[in-house]
Ligand binder design. Sequence first.
Ligand code: LLP
Length: 384
Amino acid sequence: MFSNKDIAQFADLETPFYYYDLSLLQRSLSACVEAAKVYDFHVHYAMKANFNDTLLKKIKEAGLGADCVSGNEVKKAIEVGFDKKKVVFAGVGKSDKEINGALDLDIFCFNVESVQELAVINELAEKRGKVAKVAIRINPNVDAHTHHNITTGLDENKFGVNSWDLPDCAEVLKVSANLEFIGIHFHIGSQITNLDVFKNLCVRINEFAKWFEERGFPVKVLNVGGGLGIDYQNPEQQIPDFAAYFKIFNDFLEKRPNQEVHFELGRAIVGQCSSLISRVLYVKNGKSKNFIILDAGMTELMRPALYQAYHQIENLSKQDGEASVKYDVVGPICESTDCFGKEVLLQETVRGDLIGIRSTGAYGEVMSSHYNLRENVRVAFSER
Ligand code: LLP
């Protein structure tokens, strides 16, 4: 819910812009940190969800580590001040330049996604006289029951080392003097709302940990990835149930004493703390459809066009009236998929009304583009 004060503030700002509620971010962080502390779990923030500087600083101050997926994310994490002992680097295609950069920054660990990558990191580390800490990202073939395009842990996906390649991994690890094996890593998908999925993941993690330990590789770190979903249907449900989520891993992981459990959460931390605020340019009444044409498009928020993702849409200028008209809410971009919602029930809407598109904190601003030579996306912050 936006306060009247928020809406009055929006009226003076040039649209479209991402509006970040920093107090909500703070509350989400506190909830996450408190819930993880109960089991002494370590949380890394998946920077890919949102690398806005202001957010990153708050996340770092809350004590989280950083899960990075490119050389630039690693660099940024260090620049923002994340403790390098809490920076991990994942990614299915790390370039030599990116690996060298991360070696030079002495990050905590590389999450390695193929046998070939292990050999490359060993070679590059040797040239720099370094020993790289590595965790093997394993593809556990566990169905995340989420949108097909954001599923990552099935045999058909490109991510991680498949179980049948693990013996080769073990062989490379044995002969690689410049690699230190520290553990195993998993990430099966994003926007997971059925928590039972994580129980299945735990069962597989226990099997793989045993596999490595039996072959003489102590598993010091179990990195279970991220994926905890948020409630897009109900953005007022602001903070995910971190306690229930962490409890599953406590109950189902066969954790040895002194073994660390690491998480890489993105969406659950930042997803609800932002809305995309846009203005109505035109209202077009067609024969069978009414269109609201916004000044924001898929260039600002790509998720609906890319994944048919649902985001709640509100007319902020008509808070009290009855929602009685159905509109297709679209952007100005030259693509038919540039649509934020079809048949959205709203109050009678006119040119100039402010529209709020909710739950855009994760994979929103970071996925914006310049297609159609659009301007850089603007941002505004509030601390209530
Ligand atoms: N760890 C790894 C290795 C990942 O690939 C991801 C996300 C995460 C952690 C964080 O996942 P989260 O906690 O945020 O679910 N653009 C898509 C989502 C892509 C997710 C990519 N990987 C979307 O808008 O839904």
